[in-house]
Design a protein around this ligand. Structure first.
Ligand SMILES: Nc1ncnc2c1ncn2[C@@H]1O[C@H](COP(=O)(O)OP(=O)(O)OP(=O)(O)O)[C@@H](O)[C@H]1O
Length: 497
């Protein structure tokens, strides 16, 4: 709740004077200073001709004159291109010195998001000879390990006892690791040969979400593991098996710490990003940021995408499904994402919608109750346009980039502006247009208006569905309701003893 409070002046001094990203212009690739020709080519193959403002600003602070002297915090709208904003400088900076060890770690909150981020990295990293790995628990641990760590050939008589004089040499197979916190911790705790000792860069995407949930203390663990050898942490040989680059001393970027009279010290360079970056000092302190620089879009704390139109649709609660169907019908064949308040509501709504006769709209459910494989399959089919409407709880709100989603519908009014920002942000991405409709009763209008005032671009006129459409669907709705109630009562009937 505390985080949702509107702080007009952030408590942290460095947050009060941000670089306004909206003042940067898009930049054609040929004008991007120092852009590696292979990276330029890779971007062109992705259909990218210009860098977006946030990408230009981050480039300037990392590869450009900023020289990554400060840790970078990015607060820019959904769909503004934050993934490439960090992927491009990381890939360019890592490509100058090729050695196989994990030198960049990107942590994201969910598996589907990690898969999406890896895809972006693959497109730009492989042309520069860099490999990207995944630690997300999509496959078995053994399969994942075999993709990440090169096992030493076992010779007769060798053992993996750390006390043993001739230690086996493990080697990382990847340069960049995209991970979710849970599986990352599994590898840290149990995978022999997995080390973050050589990490230069740490990216925490969807920072506010990741900082809210501690996930077995992943962040303090990563920070501790990547501390300078001078701190003595790595001097205990029995904590880790060395990798083949063990002799190579990681030369991280130097930062000049105040109070140490220009004495440089090795530091892990960090980038943290979100469309709704927390301002809570208690949360941000966990990141141990080095003279952080805030790159922010616009004046207000929350900003909606420029080409997003928000509408409210007022109806009585008991006829919400009918209005939803009428709205979906009126939107024709456009791809829509419908958000509900919970996993249960998603399931119930989907069941009810599928009781409508002759609806001629394909509707599927995406929920955390489903097995990951089912979820990923549903998402892939939705991406490919195999069905039109996906109903989801907030499991899908963060970061997911599905091409062609023209409409987002809030079946339930979001409680917080952050939730609205992330849900609505599944459309109107990368400069495209999009609409977000929120269904609500008269009673909810006041609270919703108050909520929307917290976001830049939060004007929200009323949308009307033609009453003729509502009337035409009413009979079908009544029979769908009856059918739905029958199904529910059947499933709830307990078997007799
Ligand atoms: N320079 C560019 N030119 C054209 N398209 C781009 C460019 N950069 C990114 N995109 C596209 O914009 C879309 C949104 O990018 P991305 O997913 O990185 O946004 P985001 O800011 O991380 O959003 P969110 O906050 O929702 O995670 C993607 O489809 C991506 O391919």
């Amino acid at each position: 709740m505390g985080e949702e409070k509107q702080h007009s002046i952030p408590a942290l001094p460095w947050m009060r004077d941000p670089v306004d990203v909206t003042l940067s212009q898009q930049l054609p690739l040929h004008s991007v200073p120092s852009l590696h020709p292979k990276l330029k080519l890779a971007l062109e193959e992705m259909g990218i001709t210009n860098l977006f403002p946030v990408q230009v600003a981050v480039w300037h602070e990392t590869v450009g004159p900023g020289n990554f002297d400060r840790d970078i915090c990015v607060n820019s709208p959904t769909g503004s291109g934050k993934t490439l904003a960090y992927a491009l400088p990381l890939v360019q900076m890592l490509s100058s010195h090729v050695t196989k060890c994990i030198r960049a770690l990107v942590v994201v909150p969910t598996r589907d998001l990690a898969l999406q981020v890896k895809k972006v990295f693959d497109a730009v990293a492989s042309p520069l000879g860099l490999r990207v790995g995944l630690a997300v628990g999509q496959s078995s641990v053994a399969d994942e390990i075999s993709e990440l760590v090169e096992m030493p050939a076992r010779e007769i008589g060798t053992c993996y006892d750390p006390q043993c004089v001739s230690l086996p040499r493990f080697q990382s197979k990847v340069d960049i690791l995209v991970a979710t916190p849970g599986r990352l911790m599994d590898h840290i705790n149990t995978t022999i040969g997995f080390t973050l000792e050589h990490l230069y860069y740490l990216v925490v995407d969807e920072t506010d979400r990741l900082l809210r949930e501690a996930y077995q203390s992943w962040l303090p663990t990563v920070l501790e593991l990547t501390q300078s050898k001078d701190d003595g942490f790595f001097q205990s040989a029995d904590s880790f098996f060395p990798c083949s680059v063990g002799a190579l001393r990681t030369r991280r970027r130097c930062g000049v710490e105040r109070g140490f009279k220009d004495k440089p010290y090795p530091r892990l360079a960090k980038m943290v990003l979100s469309a709704t970056l927390t301002q809570d000092p208690g949360r941000l302190i966990q990141l141990n940021l080095h003279h952080p620089l805030l790159l922010k879009a616009g004046q207000m704390r929350y900003r909606l995408p420029e080409n997003l139109e928000s509408y409210k649709l007022i109806c009585e609660t008991k006829v919400k499904p009918l209005y939803l169907i009428a709205l979906l019908k009126s939107l024709g064949e456009e791809k829509c994402l419908v958000f509900t308040k919970s996993v249960d509501s998603t399931h119930r709504l989907c069941k009810l919608l599928n009781c409508f006769e002759d609806l001629q709209i394909d509707i599927k459910e995406y929920s955390s109750l489903q097995h990951q494989r089912v979820r990923s399959k549903t998402l892939n089919e939705f991406r490919k346009g195999k069905f039109q409407v996906l109903v989801s709880s907030d499991a899908l709100t963060r970061g997911m980039d599905v091409e062609g989603v023209r409409n987002v519908i809030n079946y339930d009014v979001p409680k917080y502006i952050k939730t609205y920002v992330h849900r609505a942000g599944r459309t109107a991405r990368a400069g495209h247009t999009g609409r977000c409709f929120t269904l609500m009763s008269e009673d909810e209008v006041g609270r919703f208006k108050k909520l929307m005032r917290k976001a830049e671009g939060g004007s929200c006129p009323e949308h009307f569905v033609p009453s003729s459409l509502i009337e035409a669907l009413n009979t079908t709705y009544q029979s769908a309701l009856t059918k739905y109630k029958e199904i529910i009562s059947k499933t709830q009937k307990k078997p007799k003893d």
